[in-house]
Design a protein around this ligand. Structure first.
Ligand SMILES: NC(=O)C1=CN([C@@H]2O[C@H](COP(=O)(O)OP(=O)(O)OC[C@H]3O[C@@H](n4cnc5c(N)ncnc54)[C@H](OP(=O)(O)O)[C@@H]3O)[C@@H](O)[C@H]2O)C=CC1
Ligand SMILES: N[C@@H](CC=O)C(=O)O
Length: 805
């Protein structure tokens, strides 16, 4: 014997009904009980008719639509399969609705009658469609026995078993078609099993008949690792235990009615979820064996919850307080979703559905009226808009560290945990979180437990030389990233005037033209809204501008939950208080502030220094060439170029700062030296760095870049003389930064062929770090220290570092 249940979406129209007919014939075998829901959307129409009638309003438009849909289905069936017998009496239904309208109220028994009408229509249609196969209608009211409640009633399994066996005996073959969602009480009155209760009807029938299987046919392939509407990457779970299925159904897996599993579990009947539209795809099988070694099977979430906390001195050590709290709620039929209690017994917190909140508050108010007056119980504390995220898996008990991973994931998603609960069998861990963060929590947990494809969500500010090259590299590396299971999305690009944000991700081939059409410039608020709306969990602001105004906002970026990756050196060379504030903001927000390219462009300078200092090393002294453009220019001048020609060439090569005066004034090198000094623990300001500029200070002041470049030839002769005079002594000029005994200097040095920096030219940087661990020979880093490619590559590497803990 098999039990097959078809939901409303599988019965929505004639095409669906015909598909279900053939599924019954293919999957039902010789002997099957088929349980049917109402045609999709029909129960909603009936509920709405009751609501309109209860207000005493005219419902004729809705009624006509209901009749036309029902009669339309009947005509279609009759034209192909002959007369539909036992067609439900629409006239009687109308009479009931008229009564409701007149009285402006709908007794529960009448309500049950009206809202269960759709199932009767489905059964009448299907029995007719299967009359050639001798299908018989089975009266659910005669079989399924419930408690006295008319709505949302509970099935009495023992009585039902006895009744079912009266109607179907072991020897009977054939197809029995039964209405889902309904039963009858001890008074013989019609009852309903709660919305979507047809699954429950099917499970009860399967249990009563000790069926071989209970198949729930629906519009999805099975139970998913998370709700696929929330998590696009959710995957089907092929095998589950009854317990896993129950936890999932209870905590929000919409594919299963929470009450469905218990009857099957009690009688050890396997339950299979199958897709009506894709029957060949294997479904999810729920059985006592469960299956699979994975410690975590799925994640579920439940929203629209409120948490109530009952507390006060009268709670402590008082026997029976919990019983009174929950007794009061049970009396008023408030369902409790989750409970936690503090170990000091001072308070009990629990979650209820928001629609039950006022009922719960009233119940508690009357139960504890006297204690509240006496100050023994505090007024009940309420938190609304909450959700529960639950991790489910029978094998969790044999794996350590899953709870830690769960809570680390929530923290990674910047989600605060309001309360937690774990069942003693360790097959479910739940966290109560703010409702608006539920999707973020689900996304990160799903990523960490199932897909293992972490995402990085980039917003690029500044798309000049370095920024543009970065976009090229991001595009080029997409396949490399995909191979390593990393999803790197570029969600926004901005220049100083415009900001392009795209929900689908900025198209690599079109970003320039699209940015041109964007209206306003970058605003942090807008970016925050964008991240919220799109539930992005690893947002990174990448600053490839040289804007001071952006650098001043980094602490706000970090506090707003963004990682910050900066090629821009202005933030780290602001005043010392801001430098400290940045480190502090990164630490307290749990977000990263990364700026490897601030010194040596793509060379691994700062990372190495931080690791060395972290391991207890101390800087003794530093000396090096820190400017790629000056390294290039000084070499080019040795080869015969003038200062102005060499500067223009360095600019064309992308080695100079956006304003080359920053290089020639020594400011850019001073900034880098200051950053090295600060990283090594010196508390200095930019003004503390002693700077000898390449060009006189007054020469650079006041003019714009173009004027400066056109006036620069005035200095060519004097500079050529200086280079020449060094050469006559066998020396070369190098622009060197040094730290000795806490004093930082940058300036031109003439070095001979024995000097380590003699050969450093063509854009190369060289850094010699003499430290406690690296002496008497220093730790040396050498390589190209400027240029769009190496810098963008360094920025890219920083972006990838946001994934590491
Ligand atoms: N070149 C190199 O080798 C290295 C450079 N760097 C650093 O990289 C940064 C970028 O250099 P580079 O690419 O040459 O500079 P560019 O001048 O080529 O590009 C700067 C970009 O920043 C944009 N921008 C300016 N202000 C803002 C703002 N408020 N909001 C958003 N965008 C803004 C500009 O927009 P618009 O066009 O509208 O002005 C432009 O797109 C600099 O800070 C530099 O010090 C670091 C290491 C090495
Ligand atoms: N202008 C800078 C670029 C890197 O920071 C340089 O020349 O080194």
């Amino acid at each position: 014997m098999r039990v097959l249940k078809f939901g409303g979406s599988s019965l929505a129209d004639m095409a669906c009904l015909k598909r279900v007919r053939s599924l019954i014939l293919n999957y039902g075998g010789d002997k099957a009980v088929v349980v049917l829901s109402a045609p999709g959307g029909m129960t909603d129409s009936l509920v709405s008719l009751v609501q309109i009638a209860e207000k005493g309003d005219d419902y004729i438009t809705q009624w006509d639509a209901f009749v036309s849909r029902s009669e339309g289905l009947r005509q279609e069936v009759e034209s192909e399969y002959g007369e539909v017998l036992d067609w439900p009496q629409l006239g009687q239904l109308r009479e009931k609705l008229e009564g409701v309208k007149l009285l402006k109220q709908c007794p529960a028994a009448v309500n049950a009658y009206v809202i269960s009408f759709g199932e009767r229509i489905s059964v009448a249609l299907m029995v007719s469609m299967l009359k050639t196969h001798n299908a018989k209608a089975l009266d659910a009211a005669a079989c399924i026995k419930t408690n006295l409640e008319h709505l949302d009633s509970e099935v009495d399994l023992d009585r039902t078993k006895a009744e079912v066996r009266q109607h179907i005996n072991e020897k009977d073959d054939g197809i029995f078609v039964m209405t889902g969602f309904t039963g009858s009480n001890a008074e013989g009155e019609l009852t309903t099993l709660g919305r979507n209760g047809s699954d429950y009807s099917a499970a009860v029938m399967a249990a009563s008949l000790n069926a071989d299987i209970c198949q729930i046919w629906t519009d999805v392939d099975g139970v998913y690792s998370a709700d696929p509407r929330l998590i696009k990457k959710a995957t089907k779970v092929e095998r589950l235990s009854y317990k896993e299925a129950m936890e999932l159904a209870y905590f929000g897996a919409k594919v299963l009615h929470p009450k469905t599993i218990l009857p099957c579990a009690k009688t050890n009947v396997p339950c299979e979820i199958k897709n009506t539209h894709d029957p060949d795809v294997p479904g999810s099988l729920i059985s006592s064996q469960g299956g699979g070694d994975e410690p975590v099977k799925a994640l579920s979430s439940l929203d629209k919850l409120a948490m109530l906390t009952v507390s006060g001195p009268g709670m402590k050590g008082k026997v029976g307080m919990a019983a009174r709290v929950f007794g009061a709620l049970a009396n008023d039929k408030v369902s409790i979703v989750l409970i936690t209690q503090s170990s000091c017994e001072f308070s009990i917190s629990f979650c209820v559905y928001e629609h039950d909140l006022s009922l719960a508050l009233n119940a508690l108010e009357s139960a504890f009226e006297l204690e509240t007056q006496a100050g023994l119980i505090e007024p009940v504390e309420v938190r609304k808009d909450l959700a529960i995220v639950t991790l489910v898996g029978d094998n969790m008990k044999s794996h350590k560290g899953l709870a830690a991973k769960f809570f680390a994931s929530l923290s990674q998603a910047q989600v605060n945990v309001v309360a937690i609960a774990q069942d003693s069998t360790e097959s479910a861990i739940s966290a109560v979180v703010s409702g608006d963060l539920c999707k973020d929590a689900m996304k990160v947990c799903h990523e960490n437990f199932f897909t293992h494809v972490p995402s990085i969500d980039v917003f690029l500010l500044g798309c000049g030389l370095v920024g543009k090259e970065l976009i090229k590299q991001l595009e080029k590396q997409q396949a490399w990233l995909a191979n390593r299971n990393i999803k790197l999305n570029l969600y926004g690009v901005a220049n100083s005037r415009q900001c392009l944000l795209s929900h689908e991700g900025v198209a690599f081939e079109q970003w320039e033209s699209q940015l041109k059409q964007a209206n306003d410039g970058f605003e942090l608020n807008e970016l925050e809204q964008f991240v919220k709306r799109n539930h992005l969990i690893n947002p990174v602001i990448v600053d490839c501008s040289s804007s001071e105004q952006l650098a001043d906002q980094y602490t706000d970026f970090l506090k707003a939950g963004f990682h910050v990756v900066a090629a821009n050196k202005k933030a780290n060379t602001g005043d010392m208080a801001y430098y400290r504030a940045l480190q502090q903001a990164a630490q307290s927000s749990g977000r990263k502030f990364l700026y490897e390219t601030n010194v040596g462009a793509g060379l691994p300078v700062l990372d190495n220094l931080q690791l060395l200092f972290g391991a207890g090393d101390e800087l003794l002294s530093f000396s090096g060439i820190l400017s790629g453009s000056l390294s290039y220019m000084f070499g080019a001048i040795e080869d015969g170029l003038s200062l102005s020609e060499a500067t223009a060439q360095a600019k064309r090569n992308g080695f100079t700062e956006p304003d080359p005066r920053d290089d020639l004034s020594g400011t850019d090198v001073a900034r880098k030296l200051l950053i090295i000094a600060r990283e090594s623990g010196l508390e200095l300001e930019l003004s503390d760095i002693k700077v000898e500029p390449v060009v006189p200070e007054q020469f650079a002041a006041g003019t714009c870049v173009d004027d400066f470049m056109s006036q620069l030839p005035e200095l060519d002769a004097a500079f050529a003389d200086r280079v020449q005079s060094a050469a006559s002594e066998g020396k070369k000029l190098r622009y060197v930064g040094s730290i000795k005994e806490g004093i930082c200097r940058v300036g031109i040095e003439a070095v001979d062929s024995e000097h380590a920096l003699y050969d450093i030219r063509d854009g190369e940087n060289a850094l010699a770090i003499l430290s406690q661990y690296y002496q008497p020979k220093p730790f040396v880093i050498r390589g190209y220290g400027a240029g769009a490619e190496v810098t963008a590559a360094g920025v890219f590497a920083d972006i990838l570092k946001t994934l590491s803990r």
